[in-house]
Ligand binder design. Sequence first.
Ligand code: GLA
Length: 392
Amino acid sequence: MKSLNAHFRKVYGEGGEIRSFFSPGRVNLIGEHTDYNGGHVFPCSLSIGTYAVARKREDSFVRFYSMNFEDQGVITVDLKEIIYDEKDDWANYPKGVVSIMKESGYEVSGFDVLYFGNIPNGAGLSSSASIELATAVLLNELNDLHLEMVEMVKMSQRAENEFVGVNCGIMDQFAIGMGKEDAAVLLDCNTLEYTYSPVVLENASLVISNTNKRRGLADSKYNERRSECERALSQLQEHLQIESLGDLTVETFEANKQHITNPIDQKRAKHAVYENVRTIEAAKRLKAGEFDAFGQLMHESHVSLRDDYEVTGLELDALVEAAWAEEGVIGSRMTGAGFGGCTISIVENQFLDSFKTNVAKTYKEKTGLTPEFYVVEIGAGAREVNQLSEAL
Ligand code: GLA
């Protein structure tokens, strides 16, 4: 905490009131590639995330600095003209949020900000949505905008879609903004209605396993999946009154799937429909304390993402299969966009050590890569922290 403040003063100089913010990363328990298909997701916010230390300026300049990208130095922009610039790299995410807020008619003044994140980069735990929400919350507080969190969530998603040009759904920003300690949020991405489900795992923990494979082609493949689902939807709409794939029951899908003429599009739509139904079911099971049933649904989710949606790949499959073979594993699946990144497992505490040792060994034999494991806690959503120690 002290070091972030000291670092801020070193970069930007003494004086003024410095305020501190924290925005978590997220992990999705189940409900993958359903958000942009109008289905349900079931993510939670993590206790790891992005810290932001900020001070208001009297002029129209905004200065960004990240301790994770120190070699890029301070990046300065003028509020009067904020444009996407490839060489600004990571700073395009917070720049996008500032730009969308201004475009939405909110009066914001200049500021200096220093970020520090402890979410492993490129691991699919939403470090970008985390920095977006950190920025939205600090803008809200520094300028007394009194915005609702859901507004900030939507503006952050727009920043990513319109400013950065990544066509993501709303899950990541929503989980990060609206997350609650020790709870997962069941979100209907069609209506944005949501409920919290306490995650009380008794003698087990949430373990994120990192393939340490960067998500290389993820963005183009992600957009390809979106188009495949859109094509499937429009063919179904010629016969059914639906707005999204999330409107379909399994029965209606099965009775109408022949209208999707391309077999690949049909598989993608099948995943979207079944995964949505699975997610609603999983939330019920968790609430009832039926952990084995929840774990079984996680298993089915991974199989569907592997065989029908085809977004897993060698590394994610190897890591999940190694986990499935271990004693004390309640459930395990890929999480996030796929093609690399992380898996999420629920592991009984007494088997945590053997889980890490054995999974690492099998995974390395299959892929040549060394995985990393994080036993995570579910923390609260993006917020101002008076004492940074509250978040640390
Ligand atoms: C990425 C996107 C989300 C969601 C997931 C897949 O994390 O940012 O909107 O689509 O992939 O579930």
